[in-house]
Design a protein around this ligand. Structure first.
Ligand code: XIL
Length: 363
C-alpha cells in the first residue's frame, strides 16, 4: 500500500503552515514544523534535490534547508566523469565523499549521477586515441571504480544518461561510436557486478510523456529487460517550462507502462522554468504543475522518489542554460518557500492520491 498519512500529521501540518495572508512566510521555517521530508516519509516516498557543492560548503542556510526538507540527495555535478575521473589514472572522490558524508550525517539517501553520458567528459578522454578494446576497458574500469567506491553508500545510480535522441534513434555519442549499441547492455552489467544491491537506472529528459522519444526509451528498456540486463528503473528528468506544461495523462500512462515492465520510476530532475518577468500568476501555475506531478508519482506504486534539480532559485542551472527564464524551483533566492512548496505539501497531505497496493517496499 502507498502509505496513508496519519491524521495527526495532517492536522499539525495544515494548522501551522497555512501561508499567511498578511505577507511572505519568514526565510526558513522553524524546526518544529513538519517538513516535506517528514510528510514524504509518511507517504512512503523519497523527496529530494540535486546538490551543488559550492553552496554546500559556503552557505549555512543552504545546508539547513536541504537537511530539513529533503530525504534524498544527488550530486548536481561532482560525480560526472570529468569531475570524478579527471586523469586517466586518477580519480577525485573528495567532493562526492563530502556529499556522501552529509547524506549520512543527516540520515539521507543518495542517488548517483551519472556514469555514462556524452557530456561532462574529461579532455583526456575526448582527445585521446583509443582502440575499441581500450574504450571498453576505460568505461568498465570507470564504472566499477566509482560504483565500487560508493558501494553501500549510494543506493541507486543513473547508469546511462540521455542515450536516446528526440526522434527515437540512439544518440551518436562517443560511447555508441566506439563501442556500438551493445554498450547499453554492458554498462548495466558492469555496474551490477560492482554493487549487486544498487538500483540501476536509465535516465533521460523529454521522455516523460507518450511521444516518439518516450516510446523509444520504453522499447529500449523492454528489450534490455527481456535480455536479463540488470536495469531496475527509469529516471524521468522533467525539466519543463511553465508555459508549456506536460500532458499529465501521458505522464501517468508512461509511468504505468514502464511499471508493467517491472521497472521502478523516479522523477529525477524536476524543475519548472518561467519566462521572465516572473509574476504571481505564473508562480501559481507553476505551483499547480508541481502539485499535479507529485500526485501522479504518489498515485503510482512504482514511483519511488520525487527529486528536483536543486531547491532554491539562488542556485539553479536554469538562468545560465535558458537565458530569460528562471524561478524554476520551490524556494526563492532568499530561501522563502514559494507557492510551489506549499503545493507539494498539499499533494503529500491529500488522501486518495496513491493508495494502490505496491508489490514491494524496496529501498
Ligand atoms: C547540469 C548542471 O545543472 C549544470 O551545473 C552543468 O553545468 C551541466 O549539467 N540533465 C542532466 C544533468 O542529467 O546532469 C544536467 O545538469 C541538467 C540536464
Amino acid at each position: 500500500m502507498r502509505k496513508k498519512i496519519p491524521l495527526f500529521m495532517i492536522l499539525l501540518a495544515t494548522a501551522i503552515l497555512a501561508p499567511s495572508a498578511t505577507g511572505a512566510p519568514p526565510a526558513g521555517l522553524p524546526k518544529s514544523i513538519l517538513s516535506l521530508r517528514d510528510l514524504a516519509k509518511a507517504r512512503g516516498i523519497k523527496i529530494g534535490a540535486a546538490v551543488a557543492m559550492e553552496p554546500l560548503f559556503s552557505d549555512a542556510l543552504y545546508r539547513e534547508t536541504l537537511a530539513r526538507e529533503f530525504g534524498m540527495i544527488t550530486p548536481e555535478n561532482c560525480l560526472k566523469f570529468r569531475s570524478v575521473h579527471p586523469r586517466r589514472y586518477r580519480y577525485d572522490f573528495r567532493a562526492g565523499d563530502a556529499l556522501a558524508g552529509f547524506a549520512a550525517d543527516n540520515g539521507m539517501k543518495m542517488r548517483g549521477h551519472t556514469l555514462v553520458w556524452h557530456e561532462s567528459l574529461p579532455p583526456w578522454l575526448i582527445w585521446g586515441i583509443f582502440s575499441r578494446e581500450e574504450m571498453a576497458e576505460i568505461l568498465k574500469e570507470h564504472i566499477q571504480t566509482v560504483v565500487g567506491h560508493y558501494r553501500g553508500r549510494i543506493t541507486c545510480w543513473d547508469v546511462v544518461n540521455e542515450a536516446v535522441e528526440k526522434d527515437g534513434r540512439l544518440r551518436e555519442t562517443i560511447w555508441l561510436q566506439n563501442l556500438g549499441p551493445g554498450y547499453l547492455e554492458d554498462v548495466f552489467r558492469w555496474a551490477h557486478e560492482a554493487d549487486p544491491e544498487a538500483k540501476l537506472y536509465y535516465n533521460d529528459y523529454g521522455a516523460e510523456g507518450m511521444d516518439q522519444k518516450a516510446d523509444a526509451v520504453y522499447r529500449l528498456l523492454k528489450e534490455l529487460r527481456a535480455r536479463g540486463v540488470p536495469v531496475h528503473g527509469v529516471g524521468l528528468q522533467m525539466h519543463f517550462e511553465v508555459e508549456k506544461p506536460p500532458n499529465l495523462e501521458h505522464v501517468a500512462a508512461n509511468i504505468k507502462r514502464l511499471a508493467e515492465l517491472g521497472l521502478e520510476v523516479q522523477v529525477t530532475e524536476l524543475d519548472l522554468r518561467i519566462q521572465e518577468p516572473v509574476t504571481e500568476e505564473k508562480l501559481a501555475v507553476q505551483a499547480g504543475i508541481y502539485r499535479d506531478l507529485l500526485k501522479i508519482c504518489l498515485a503510482a506504486p512504482a514511483c519511488r522518489a520525487f527529486m528536483m534539480w536543486g531547491f532554491t532559485d539562488r542556485y539553479s542551472w536554469i538562468p545560465d542554460f535558458f537565458p530569460g527564464r528562471g524561478a524554476a524551483l520551490i524556494f526563492d533566492r532568499d530561501y522563502r518557500p514559494k507557492p510551489a512548496y506549499y503545493a507539494l505539501r498539499e499533494a503529500l497531505l491529500t488522501e486518495g492520491a496513491g493508495n494502490r497496493s505496491r508489490k514491494s517496499d524496496r529501498r
